[in-house]
Design a protein around this ligand. Structure first.
Ligand SMILES: [Fe+2]
Length: 379
């Protein structure tokens, strides 16, 4: 993209304040979050050009397993074919557009409920009944369109841009940083789901700074992961990593530790985002994936997936430990809901103004630089 268009309702002066060095930088203006017009541009310039995580391979372990979801107005299904390959494809019938499936399950054939066209689980049309006389219609040439798909550490990522650089390539150092946690061996053990009425950036920004631990998480996180100790790991990729050293040098409670971690990895908390919103957090015994599915510029579905190494699912007290991990995630997220609700109210206020960033909020600054680069056509 070469043309530079101003962002609707956002002045050059407001953009300049965001683009200052961190020590002088301001937040994005409210319209970057609340404007329908900016949201529509964001979908084209940012979200449809980025790698977006939509699932984990262990959610569809067997040939024929499928899971449906809607992403940026596109009904999709991720399916493991009879050949074991994971594909992400449109679940809209090639005939008159009816959805071929909902929810999840296992199918060798997807049969359209409208006129019974049937598709193999690799997307190939198998049979379209009563189409004799439709000239030049060839079932063999009909296949459900797919999205560019990549498997990374057990995550299934998609990109609406067929020209996109591979996620593994653009995130090589990011991947190395988390390699000890062996996320590809992990499995989802519990999922919490929330319908959230904020722009997705509000959630990402909250996830990526520990400054708010002093107030919002004063009794939960702050005694262990102190705001003032948090720091950003610099690596020059379109990602941000927040390292929260533990003030207590004992091992994490609960599930057994992940094997072969460094000493600091056993105690500390890491939060990370691969822009725009691939959010993970790791501790010594687990990983949490905050899956964002935008439903518009002002709403999203959030699924918090708690993951542990597959072999730890076999331990005796698994259910009690899994419930306890889910309970803690729920308590912390309900604290964050309060924060995000407050921010959303403020951003929608007529007198909303940009605010100064703390140096502890470097991840937000990094996201802002990346977002503005995409939105202004510089990247
Ligand atoms: Fe928080």
């Amino acid at each position: 993209m070469t043309s530079v268009e101003p962002l609707p309702g956002i002045s050059d002066a407001e953009i300049d304040r965001c683009r200052q060095p961190l020590e002088k930088a301001w937040t994005l203006p409210a319209k970057a979050y609340t404007s329908t017009e900016v949201g529509a541009l964001e979908q084209q310039r940012v979200l449809k050009r980025s790698w977006l995580p939509i699932g984990r391979v262990e959610q569809i372990p067997e040939p024929g397993d499928y899971l449906c979801l809607d992403l940026l107005d596109q009904p999709l299904m991720m399916v493991r074919g009879q050949d074991e390959k994971v594909r992400v494809m449109s679940r809209i019938c090639l005939h008159r557009g009816a959805p071929l499936a909902e929810g999840s399950g296992n199918k060798k054939l997807f049969v359209c409920p409208y006129h019974a066209w049937s598709y193999q689980n690799d997307g190939q049309l198998k049979k379209a009944p009563l189409m004799d006389g439709a000239e030049d219609f060839d079932e063999r040439k009909c296949r459900l369109p797919g999205l560019k798909t990549e498997i990374w550490n057990g995550f299934i990522l998609v990109n609406f841009d067929d020209e996109a650089t591979s996620f593994a390539e653009q995130s090589a150092r990011f991947g190395d940083y988390f390699s000890n946690y062996r996320m590809d061996d992990m499995q989802i053990i519990r999922t919490l789901e929330f319908d959230s009425h904020w722009n997705w950036k509000v959630l990402v920004e909250n996830f990526m700074e520990a400054y708010h631990h002093i107030a919002i998480h004063a009794r939960t996180f702050e005694p262990v992961y102190r705001a003032r100790d948090s720091k950003i790991v610099d690596h020059g990729e379109p990602c941000s990593i927040l390292h929260m050293p533990s003030a207590r040098k004992q091992m994490a409670q609960g599930f057994p530790l992940i094997e072969k971690l460094e000493e600091w990895q056993k105690t500390d908390l890491l939060a990370a985002v691969a822009f725009p919103f691939f959010l993970i957090a790791t501790q010594g015994n687990s990983m949490v994936w905050y899956q964002i599915l935008p439903v518009g510029h002002d709403r999203l579905t959030l699924k918090i997936h708690i993951c542990i190494p597959g072999k730890n699912i076999e331990i005796d007290d698994f259910d009690a430990l899994a419930d306890a991990a889910a309970e803690l995630a729920s308590i912390v997220h309900h604290e964050d809901i309060q924060a995000n609700d407050m921010v959303w109210k403020g951003l929608n206020a007529p007198l909303a103004q940009q605010g100064r960033l703390s140096p502890l909020e470097k991840s937000i600054w990094q996201l802002n630089q990346w977002w503005l680069g995409r939105m202004l056509g510089h990247a």
